[in-house]
Write a protein that binds this ligand. Structure first.
Ligand SMILES: Cc1cc2nc3c(=O)[nH]c(=O)nc-3n(C[C@H](O)[C@H](O)[C@H](O)COP(=O)(O)O)c2cc1C
Length: 431
């Protein structure tokens, strides 16, 4: 397995920062549909030489105390706009295979790849909410295995559609009067379980051949899909040990399907709280935690613990989890944190919703660089998906303080290596 010599960076954009209390600070800027602030963020990430600007997505609107989407641009529309004000950073959007069609999706990403001159990426997800299904004329979600079976075929069809045009088939040869060289375009003629697609695609072959495929499933089915089809895997492990176990599972899935491929690059998510000093970072985090909606935290913790915690004393100790817990490794981690740090139920509730499951690193820029270096050198990560807790200062701090420190240590590029997202990630262009 050859690994990149330097680490890669993704920027997971959240309009007002990832921390649930971030938007309530006086310094907070931006709003879900404020294009100027998103453009500024994309340009800042590009100045910091990030590989990828990433947009997550949910197909559910706001719901009380729920995980709906509180406004915001549709990801591919937004990335199309950003393609015009950036020139090097990759542009990755989430599209669910459960609620789309391969033809539409292949067409949109091919189009974005042309607009951006080879910087498009697609984060393939299968969706997790019945509420999403109810926006698409269905009562509830397909089962987990059915969603992943559909996702697998969906991605194969999309890749097939990108291959229905040879490179350069759009010849526009004035002399010979040939617009498209039909000898270099073919039908797909896919007839499968979930899809039947004739093709060819109505967009010529993307500059990258195939836009870069990202996948974030953490279940056995998700790992299998990533191993079979993805170039990059997004994950959310909390310890190097768990990350190495995940890496081994992903590599064996990859070897099963693609024996000659090195395996997807692995990008764990992190929510860094960076300060000029360690004390400043901890003060910033404590302030955010103090402004967190504790009732929402208790609700989430109750779901994980398997029973209602709302009647317990918030300033008392954290009760033992029930018999039917949700998300074993997460519960183990939270409980361990509570016991070793002496957290009250209130503290743990605030922690549970601080980052939506991504690892939180609080410290000086040197502390953050030490942590990332340890993960990278242990082989637990090929890069990191950086989710600023606050915006725009959380991104500014990372770009202005952490990136130069990583560069000083020889861990991060000092200039983009290539023009396309594939080139910067060190991925081969599909033949
Ligand atoms: C960094 C990251 C980003 C994700 N982005 C999305 C997203 O935008 N939309 C979505 O529905 N799920 C998203 N997910 C959830 C995963 O797609 C997946 O559903 C989850 O990790 C559970 O795994 P499983 O579906 O294999 O059970 C994301 C997960 C991670 C780690």
């Amino acid at each position: 397995m050859t690994r990149p010599a330097t680490l890669r960076l993704g920027f997971f954009h959240q309009p007002v920062g990832r921390h649930p209390a971030a938007w309530r600070r006086a310094e907070a800027r931006g709003a879900p549909e404020d294009l100027a602030s998103v453009m500024a963020a994309a340009q800042k990430a590009e100045a910091g030489l990030f590989d990828v600007f990433f947009l997550a997505d949910s197909l559910v609107g706001p719901i009380p105390n729920g995980n709906g989407r509180n406004g915001g641009f549709e990801p591919l529309t937004l990335l199309s706009a950003l393609s015009l004000v950036t020139s090097r950073i990759g542009l990755t959007a989430t599209v669910s295979t459960t609620f789309s069609e391969p033809f539409n999706t292949a067409r949109m990403f091919a189009s974005l790849d042309h607009l951006s001159a080879g910087r498009a990426g697609w984060n393939v997800v299968t969706s997790q909410s019945d509420r999403a299904a109810q926006n698409f004329s269905q009562d509830g979600l397909l089962s987990h295995p059915e969603r992943y079976a559909r996702a697998d075929e969906f991605v194969q069809v999309a890749k097939g559609l990108w291959d229905t045009w040879d490179d350069g088939a759009l010849v526009m040869d004035r002399e010979r009067g040939i617009f498209v060289d039909q000898t270099r375009v073919r039908e797909l003629a896919h007839d499968g379980v979930h899809f039947s697609v004739r093709g060819p695609l109505n967009v010529s072959r993307p500059p990258q051949g195939h836009p870069v495929i990202f996948q974030a499933g953490s279940s056995a089915d998700g790992i299998d899909l990533a191993g079979k089809s993805a170039d990059v895997a997004f994950t959310a492990q909390d310890t190097i040990e768990d990350a190495l176990a995940y890496r081994d599972a992903l590599r064996s899935a990859s070897r099963r399907h693609r024996p000659t491929f090195d395996g997807p690059l692995i990008f764990p998510g992190i929510m860094p709280i960076v300060g000029a000093t360690r004390a400043a970072a901890h003060a910033k985090f404590a302030d955010l935690q103090a402004h967190t909606d504790i009732a929402a935290g208790i609700k989430q913790l109750s779901g994980r613990w398997g029973y209602d915690l709302s009647t317990y004393d918030l300033d008392g100790p954290v009760p033992e989890p029930g018999l039917r817990i949700h998300g074993e490794s997460r519960v183990r981690l939270l409980l361990n944190k509570a016991r070793t740090e002496g957290y009250s139920l209130r503290d743990l509730a605030a922690l549970a919703i601080a980052s939506h499951g991504h690892r939180i690193i609080v410290g000086s820029y040197e502390d953050i660089a030490d942590d990332l270096e340890a993960w990278f050198t242990a082989g637990a990560a090929d890069g990191f998906n950086v989710i600023p807790a606050t915006m725009p200062d959380g991104l500014d701090d990372f770009v202005d303080l952490v990136v130069p420190e990583l560069q000083r240590r020889g861990l991060f590029r000092t200039a983009y290596e290539g023009r396309t997202l594939r080139e910067n990630l060190g991925l081969a262009r599909p033949a």
